[in-house]
Design a protein around this ligand. Sequence first.
Ligand SMILES: NC(=O)c1ccc[n+]([C@@H]2O[C@H](COP(=O)([O-])OP(=O)(O)OC[C@H]3O[C@@H](n4cnc5c(N)ncnc54)[C@H](O)[C@@H]3O)[C@@H](O)[C@H]2O)c1
Length: 441
Amino acid sequence: MSDQLNNLKINEPKGKLGVLMPGMGAVSTTFIAGVLAIRKGIAKPFGSLTQMQHIRLGRRDENRNPLIKELIPLAELDDLYFGGWDIFEDNAYQAALKAGVLEKGLLDQVKDELEKIKPMKAVFNKKYVKKLDGTYVKKAANWYEYYEMVREDIRNFKKENGLDRMVMIWTGSTEVFMKESPVHATKASFEKAMKENHPDIAPSMVYAWAAIAEGLPYANGAPNLTADIPAMLEFAKEMGVPLAGKDFKTGQTLMKTIVAPGLKARMLGVEGWFSTNILGNRDGEVLDDPESFKTKEESKLSVLDQILQPNLYPELYENLYHKVRINYYPPRRDNKEGWDNIDIFGWLGYPMQIKIDFLCRDSILAAPIVLDLVLFMDLAKRSGFHGIQEWLSFYFKSPVHAPNVYPEHDLFIQLMKLKNTLRVMAGEKEITHLGLEYYMK
Ligand SMILES: NC(=O)c1ccc[n+]([C@@H]2O[C@H](COP(=O)([O-])OP(=O)(O)OC[C@H]3O[C@@H](n4cnc5c(N)ncnc54)[C@H](O)[C@@H]3O)[C@@H](O)[C@H]2O)c1
């Protein structure tokens, strides 16, 4: 595989890169306004690997540590062009003000550009997001017609703005919990179901199908069942389109995937892990519906089991009681508070406790993830990668993975995977951290 990668031809990122986002709410507008502010030099891209992180190359005594963006050709921030869809007509400036994440003073400095970004009418059905009532929505007879309308939107957006390439990233609401069904099995069954307006098809799937049809890489920022079904994989393979997902790894789950690998590394047992959150943004309101919460809960719960491997370490982790709660509490708006109480035990079974109280800002943590995914998904496409991009697991709570392997949740393994992929893409050697070469002379 590495040999194949070493002979990769990566097309240069020439021209403008369009970023299309179904859902222009808190995350999306914080990302867009942030990029505009960074371009103007009035803010810094903290949290973004593509903008700030260095990557070691070769032996430690070679001292080669370029920035990731110096190693590999990534699109420039000046070449990004933004668009999307929403069920509300607000332009990006109005939506950002309503989301209440960024201060008006900052938004006003990029107001002119934000006001020009107006959403297109959405594909929406209240059955899939029960807490929202959309007014700015498309009208069609079935999912297939909606899909054709979204394709048309994508083509028009490209033409009107003179874009060279595009990516799509779902920053829309969390939909109700859905399970994979026979409808999702093949491209043929999926297309038939779209024409029959089947309830196992969700609006998010319609956007993803249109993205693939138009050759756009697609990343899923929500825990929805969308592009992680066999039909999408089949279609993405046929079209040579990269897919990534799902559910941005931001506040509490980020902490979990930092702390849990450390506890396991030291063979410390975990008896219980209670996680609760209060948040008051629109995402919190949507998650107040039990069916949308179920989608999120599944995504948040999956993390610990895989990291701690209770099958290998039954005495340490088999009886772990893991509970996750999200409480909608409007006064907090986007400034979520996530509490974790972790009951652990050590030598001879003696109990200890860890308490984490993360006063985080959801969209501030999510925005740099969106930026990195946009640039890396575009890189993947330019490199001829298609299908599941496991090397981008670093950014997701529920990394999509091949059916025969378990997902990798450990943040540090994910980072190594990401950086080694970049090294190999650039024709450099993977780094194993073995280090014996410095001592066995
Ligand atoms: N902020 C984070 O830290 C974080 C982390 C992980 C995942 N997420 C997920 O990212 C998504 C966006 O989060 P947010 O805080 O921006 O939420 P938000 O509610 O502010 O924005 C979502 C937007 O999507 C729109 N929308 C809903 N259905 C749509 C459809 N079918 N078509 C077009 N637009 C649609 C809504 O009107 C809303 O404006 C959510 O699914 C959330 O669960 C966020």
